[in-house]
Ligand binder design. Structure first.
Ligand code: ADP
Ligand code: MG
Length: 772
């Protein structure tokens, strides 16, 4: 058991302008973060008017700290413990916008910005692939908790437009008070690529489900869990550990009127489940508290082990040092100081593998049987034969009919016979009972014990051995049923996966060669400007499948979108990486060809030398400089090969990550577009209510686009609700579809009127072409 307090770290988010309100003091034994609050400012919200507030942490990461440093210092030691069989948890706590998601998951723009989750996955899979002495299995789950309800972020069969569309996860507690999460997908991921796909799927679901209405990301908690099992080859013990990577809800106190409304100092409240988390932390940090209120909220129930239980836990407090955020940052640091008092007892999670245990027990039974045969001097099978059964029946009859109460039934040291005789006696008692029509008052003579003078030692020994065998038999049947259950589980998961694969055949490709990757990518790059998100898990419609009108609207929207530059940058980086990967792939191939050539040369040379030895031109002991040179060259090429293929592998991981980032941006873009579209529709409705039968001057560009969108196939939403909403919008916008040259008042200005007419002509053409 490892006893350890929760480790606390703090990360300061970079500020745009230099700030002077804080100091970082680094010492050997931890470091501290100090806030300086001028007295006049302190008047407002701090009573004792101190100026300096000092908080100690294991380490303070100042603004310049990068993601690599965070991973190396915070996450790597936890990942190492998880590999060794201990549970681990890393959670980020801080106000909205302070960098929790950036720290845990990473930024969506650059490869270097990837956070703790992708880096930890990379680290774990790298270790797993290197360690051939153990067999590892990994599963992933991703849970979002919002308003005390759990949602499964990894369910690929659900199209989430709202969080409520995702499957609900519920908590169950067994008789040993262990928590089980019902409905939460636990998906196996054999390699880094598959795990990243799952992270992407979860993040996408999380992003899509988040709307300005629920602001899920600020008020919900997300728990990404890696379940790792490892087993030494041939050993019956399995180590199963869990690593929770937690992105908590924003810790800010908000006014009851909501983030957007007036925030009243006295009416501030914190997200309810964070409030319960605080209560648990306070209870744990106080001595002599027997009751810890874990059950008050779903989050504290799920993280029960991480808080004062079987887990090594680390907290990252994320703070912003801008003036307006100092109060919240100090409150975050205060919370961290409490957390640092909590002690956890991490246990090595070792269990016996039922299948291997059965094999081991069967062996043990076999050797016990052999031992038994040695003691009794006879080889026996599990069952009595016909002759023995007949003999025993006779013996029992003689025993029962003998009037002497002292008589014994001598069966020898054989449990099979003893059990059979008991069985016969029971049958006979029953028969007598039914013969007496249920009247029996213990009239049968009482059984007497064995005579004391008998030598019981060998018998006892034998009895013990037989008992052990029976015991083992029972264990085996229990284990066999456990095994069956496990098998059933595996089958269920396999069939789920098969279903998934059938629905999305593209997921089948797991390991792709650099050239295949490149071919695929060049295809993607060609179509990338249509900004679709055709990731295999997300089965939404492509933008290219949108109606002409909506597509045009999309282009307008895209032109001004803030993410456009990032997407284009990423695309350029990705293309550059592909070129690099292609060059490296070619180099690897060249090296391989060169090594093969050298090997052939070596063979030929050796044959030549052998021939020369045979003809006596050369002695065997003479070293051959040509051969040596070839060998050296092979060695050199091999080194080259290792280096180049290593680089290629790294590049491939980067490319995959960039592709996922790009897909994510596309999904975000489309979600933003959908929201914009609906908003514009609503705005338009307002306009058309104000100006029924209005002139062209009141029609916004989008309304024109909307009116073009009269093709039934142009409806690109899948939910009934959305379809209805769009239909309504189109109907509302339809009056303006009747616009003609005559219905438009011209301005009198030549150029303007010419433009208006050109616009109407273009619009007319467009309408015609969407109708056909
Ligand atoms: P939270 O999850 O706490 O609400 P985010 O992680 O979403 O906050 O961060 C808010 C914004 O600040 C994001 O745009 C993010 O990219 C940026 N950000 C946060 N921390 C950092 C950092 N250390 N370096 C660069 N950008 C950061
Ligand atoms: Mg966040």
């Amino acid at each position: 058991m490892v006893k350890q307090t929760i480790q606390i770290f703090v990360r300061v988010k970079p500020t745009k302008k230099p700030t002077s309100g804080y100091f970082v003091d680094c010492e050997e034994q931890g470091s501290s973060l100090e806030f300086v609050v001028p007295r006049d400012l302190a008047d407002g919200f701090i009573n004792n008017k101190r100026e300096n507030y000092n908080f100690r942490f294991q380490k303070v990461f100042d603004q310049t700290a990068n993601q690599e440093e965070i991973f190396e210092t915070i996450a790597k030691p936890v990942a190492d413990n998880v590999l060794a069989g201990y549970n681990g948890t890393i959670f980020a706590y801080g106000q909205t916008g302070s960098g929790k998601t950036f720290t845990i998951t990473g930024g969506a723009e650059h490869y270097n910005d990837r956070g703790i989750i992708p880096r930890t996955l990379s680290y774990l899979y790298h270790h797993i692939s290197k360690d051939s002495s153990m067999v590892y299995t990994t599963h992933i789950s991703y849970l979002e908790i919002y308003n005390e309800a759990g949602y499964d972020l990894l369910n690929p069969q659900h199209e989430a437009y709202r969080l409520e569309d995702l499957p609900r996860v519920t908590i169950m507690e067994d008789s040993d008070q262990n928590i089980h999460l019902k409905n939460l997908s636990l998906l196996q991921s054999a390699n880094e690529e598959e795990a990243l796909d799952l992270l992407f799927l979860g993040d996408t679901n999380r992003m899509i489900a988040e709307t300005p209405m629920n602001e899920a990301s600020t008020r919900s908690h997300c728990i990404f869990t890696i379940h790792l099992c490892s087993k030494e080859l041939g050993s019956a013990t399995v180590r199963c550990s869990k690593l929770h990577l937690v992105d908590l809800a924003g810790s800010e106190r908000v006014g009851k009127t909501g983030v957007g409304g007036q925030i009243l100092t006295e009416a501030k409240y914190i997200n309810l489940s964070l409030h319960y988390l605080e209560q648990v932390i306070i209870a744990l940090s106080e001595k002599n508290r027997s009751h810890i209120p874990y059950r008050n909220s779903m989050m504290t129930s799920v993280l029960r082990d991480s808080l004062g239980g079987n887990c090594m836990t680390t907290m990252i407090a994320t703070v912003s040092v801008e003036k307006r955020n100092i109060a919240e940052s100090m409150s975050t640091c205060r919370f961290a100081q409490r957390v640092a008092l909590i002690k956890n007892d991490a246990l090595l999670n070792e269990e016996l593998d039922p299948a291997l245990l059965i094999v081991r027990l069967k062996k043990e039974i076999q050797s016990l049987k052999e031992e038994l045969a040695l003691v009794t001097g006879e080889q026996r099978s599990d069952k009595l034969n016909q002759e023995e059964i007949q003999q025993l029946e006779e013996q029992v009859n003689v025993y029962l009919e003998d009037p002497d109460n002292e008589v014994t039934l001598d069966l020898g040291p054989d449990m099979r016979k003893i059990h059979f005789c008991f069985f016969l006696l029971k049958v006979k008692v029953r028969e007598r009972h039914s013969a007496q029509n249920g009247v029996s008052n213990g009239s049968s003579p009482p059984l007497k014990g064995m005579s004391d003078g008998e030598d019981r030692k060998p018998h006892d020994e034998l009895q013990k051995l037989r008992d052990t065998v029976t015991h083992r038999d029972n264990e085996i049947s229990i284990l066999v049923s456990m095994l069956k259950r496990e098998k059933r589980k595996v089958q269920d998961v396999t069939s789920q996966l098969a279903q998934l694969h059938n629905q999305n055949p593209s997921t089948c490709s797991s390991s792709r060669s650099p050239t295949a990757l490149q071919a695929e990518e060049s295809e993607k790059c060609d179509t990338s400007l249509d900004y679709t998100h055709a990731h295999h898990f997300i089965t939404r419609k492509r933008v290219s499948e949108l109606s002409v009108g909506k597509q045009t609207a999309f282009e307008v929207f895209l032109r001004d979108h803030e993410d456009r530059l990032t997407i284009e940058d990423n695309r350029a980086v990705l293309q550059q990486r592909f070129v690099e990967a292609k060059t490296l792939g070619e180099q690897v191939n060249q090296t391989r060809i060169r090594v093969n050539e050298l090997k052939t040369q070596l063979k030929i040379r050796r044959k030549q030398m052998a021939a020369q030895v045979l003809t006596g031109n050369q002695t065997e002991s003479e070293s051959d400089s040509v051969e040596e040179r070839i060998l050296n060259q092979i060695e050199e090429q091999k080194k080259n090969y290792t280096i180049t293929s290593g680089c290629l592998k790294g590049l491939r991981t980067e490319i995959e990550h960039l592709q996922l980032l790009r897909e994510k941006s596309k999904v975000k873009l489309q979600r933003d577009f959908e929201n914009w579209w609906i908003q514009e529709g609503a705005r338009l409705q307002g306009h058309s209510a104000e100006n029924t039968g209005s002139s062209l001057s009141h029609v916004s560009p989008l309304s024109c686009m909307l009116t073009r969108n009269n093709n039934p196939k142009g409806d690109d939403t899948d939910t009934q609700e959305r379809r209805q909403r769009e239909r309504d919008m189109r109907q509302r916008a339809l009056p303006s579809a009747d616009l003609s040259f005559t219905s438009i008042p011209l301005t009198g200005d030549k150029q303007t009127d010419a433009e208006i007419q050109a616009f109407i002509r273009a619009r007319h053409n467009l309408l015609n072409c969407t109708e056909t």
